[in-house]
Design a protein around this ligand. Structure first.
Ligand code: CAA
Length: 260
């Protein structure tokens, strides 16, 4: 399928998705969200893809938010459907069963920040600016931002960002736990790809179980979350990769994981 708003490439085991509307600072239009939904499904289903990197085209933005020209025309019921649809796409990304990395430069605002937060990890260039400016449009986030931001940085810091609508730089975003790492602008793509390659080389079933334990477990009480962990641990021990990984350690050699 020809894509209008995204570029999708494969670099070895890593799928690279570029948000490609640079003239609109990669704002997340309906078309872009629909295309992203199809791309996520395809990457999730492709066993040769072991990690995904998302970047923004152009030198100004990862993504400056939902497309405001489209929000302007929504009625309340349409807005609710729009939010539910985008939330489902971001949940599909988060629950893909393989790690995703947002490589963020420039503006990462509103829906753009919500997309980055739905990724497993975030690497930011020193130029990146994060924020949830919806409040200054008389709105609130609708793509999961009011929920994922709290989970990532804690309630007090999330409320300060959600109610203030101000932007913070990459260093501050790292300090509060919104991003995992800040790198020089010239190194952003290289470092994101290196991290993706590292994660792609891990035992894929163990990766899947860890993601499941963390995301599903976060919504459970601790005893049930621990039960889930024990069940997933049992499943991880049953894999051929666990046999290989433990045997390789004892034989003092590097493990060769097969994804089985
Ligand atoms: N939607 C649609 N178009 C956008 C956009 C957005 N979110 N952000 C930027 N653009 C467009 C601008 O309209 C402009 O287009 P034209 O050249 O055709 O006029 C182009 O991108 C460049 O933007 P600016 O001229 O505004 O660039 P700037 O350097 O003066 O400012 C900016 C940059 C501070 C990021 C500013 O563009 C801005 O404030 N953008 C909006 C940020 C925002 O409020 N995001 C939240 C959106 S709502 C949301 O995301 C809700 C949700 O959770 C569902």
């Amino acid at each position: 399928m020809a894509l209008e708003t995204l570029l999708v490439e494969r670099e070895g085991p890593v799928g690279v998705v570029t948000l490609n509307r640079p003239k609109a600072l990669n704002a997340l239009s309906r078309t872009l969200l629909t295309e992203l939904s199809g791309v996520i499904a395809a990457l999730a289903a492709d066993d040769e893809v072991r990690a995904v990197v998302i970047v923004g085209a152009g030198d100004r933005a990862f993504a400056a938010g939902a497309d405001i020209s489209e929000l302007n025309t929504l009625d309340p019921a349409g807005a609710k459907r729009h939010a539910e649809s985008a939330q489902a796409i971001f949940e599909a990304l988060e629950r893909m069963g393989k790690p995703s990395i947002a490589a963020v430069h420039g503006y990462c605002l509103g829906g753009g920040c919500e997309l980055a937060m739905a990724c497993t990890l975030r690497i930011a260039s020193e130029t990146a600016q994060f924020g949830q400016p919806e409040i200054d449009l008389g709105l609130m986030p609708g793509f999961g931002g009011s929920q994922r931001l709290v989970r990532l940085v804690g309630r007090g810091r999330a409320l300060a960002l959600l109610l203030g609508g101000h932007r913070i730089g990459a260093e501050e975003a790292e300090r509060i736990g919104l991003v995992n790492k800040v790198v020089p602008a010239a190194d952003l793509r290289g470092q994101a790809m290196a991290l993706a390659d590292t994660l792609a080389a891990k035992a894929p079933l163990a990766v899947r179980y860890i993601l499941d334990a963390v995301y599903t477990g976060a919504d459970l009480a601790l005893p049930q979350a621990n039960e889930l962990e024990a069940a997933l641990f049992g499943m991880s021990v049953a894999t051929a990769d666990a046999k290989e990984g433990t045997r390789a350690f004892l034989e003092k050699r590097k493990a060769e994981f097969q994804g089985k």
